[in-house]
Ligand binder design. Structure first.
Ligand code: SAM
Length: 271
């Protein structure tokens, strides 16, 4: 059964503001893989669990057509509100039942989404819609992120670990699945040509405001907010003031180093 964790409008709006687009390193890795395995032309890419389109939009220069699909109407509505991508369309739907003919898709992506899918049904559907030599690129990051600012790395990470601990009771088992970096899903992909890259390290300077916004997009934070709005808001406020105190800043516009790691499953359908 499809889990419905991303339905609220305010959650979708936070997504639009604070979720990350795939870093260039990762985008290039995927496009080079597709070039090597399938070659051009790249006609159709489908971005599954597209959310508000963070991965769908960066794919548009490389494909004749890109389609983003998400089960949440609110996420798709936010995605559609971003103009300027004439070869990009969105549909509400599930990764397990795709509205495409057999052997019609060059690339299927899923960014921070594949752990939510029904693995067996999704893999079967991927096998059906991919062209011969078409590729799968399933990627994401787990919650082992690090924050650093001058000499205050350790304390900032303690603050983050404490936030995670408070959110732990609200964490879906599906999210726990992401911490295995899609190991189980990788096992059920029936294509012999497949690989799983466990660590692609990324470092960026982000404002404290961005980082707090990103934390608010977590499904476990949203679950906490639904269960206990006062406590969830207080947790975020406490986290903000602890970070600012630690880095000796007064505004959440202050920037810190943010480090996290992507994983990526790549697979190519045989002839
Ligand atoms: C963590 S969000 C990631 C969104 C976006 N790809 C990103 O990187 O920001 C996961 C998304 O997957 C969607 N989703 C969950 N299960 C799905 C399914 N079975 N089929 C399609 N979308 C699904 C959710 O509605 C949500 O928007």
């Amino acid at each position: 059964m499809t889990e419905r964790m991303f339905e609220e409008k305010q959650h979708a709006s936070l997504y639009q503001q604070y979720r990350f687009a795939p870093p260039d390193e990762l985008k290039e890795l995927i496009l080079q893989y597709l070039d090597k395995k399938k070659g051009k032309p790249h006609q159709l890419a489908v971005d599954l669990g597209c959310g508000t389109g963070q991965t769908s939009r960066p794919l548009t220069p490389y494909f004749q057509q890109v389609v983003g699909i998400d089960v949440s109407e609110s996420q798709v509505e936010e995605a559609r509100a971003v103009q300027g991508f004439p070869n990009l369309t969105y549909r509400v739907g599930t990764a397990e039942e795709l509205p495409f003919p057999d052997a019609s898709v060059d690339l299927l992506t899923a960014a921070s989404a594949a752990h939510w899918f029904d693995a067996e049904r999704f893999v079967k559907e991927a096998q059906r819609v991919l062209k011969p030599h078409g590729c799968l690129a399933l990627f994401g990051y787990n919650d082992s992120m690090k924050i650093h600012h001058e000499s205050c790395g350790d304390q900032l990470n303690i603050i983050y670990e404490e936030l995670k601990q408070e959110l732990q009771p609200y964490t879906s088992t599906k999210v726990t699945g992401a911490s295995t970096k899609l190991k189980d899903l990788f096992e059920v992909i029936p294509f012999p040509d497949k690989e799983r890259i466990e660590t692609i390290p990324i470092k960026e300077q982000l404002s404290v405001k961005n980082i707090l916004g990103f934390f608010q997009t977590f499904s476990m934070y949203q679950a906490y907010l639904r269960a206990n709005p006062k406590a969830a808001t207080a947790l975020l406020e406490k986290t903000a003031s602890r970070i600012l105190e630690e880095i000796k800043a007064t505004s959440t516009d202050a920037k810190v180093d943010f480090m996290w790691e992507y994983y990526c499953v790549l697979a190519c359908k045989p002839e």
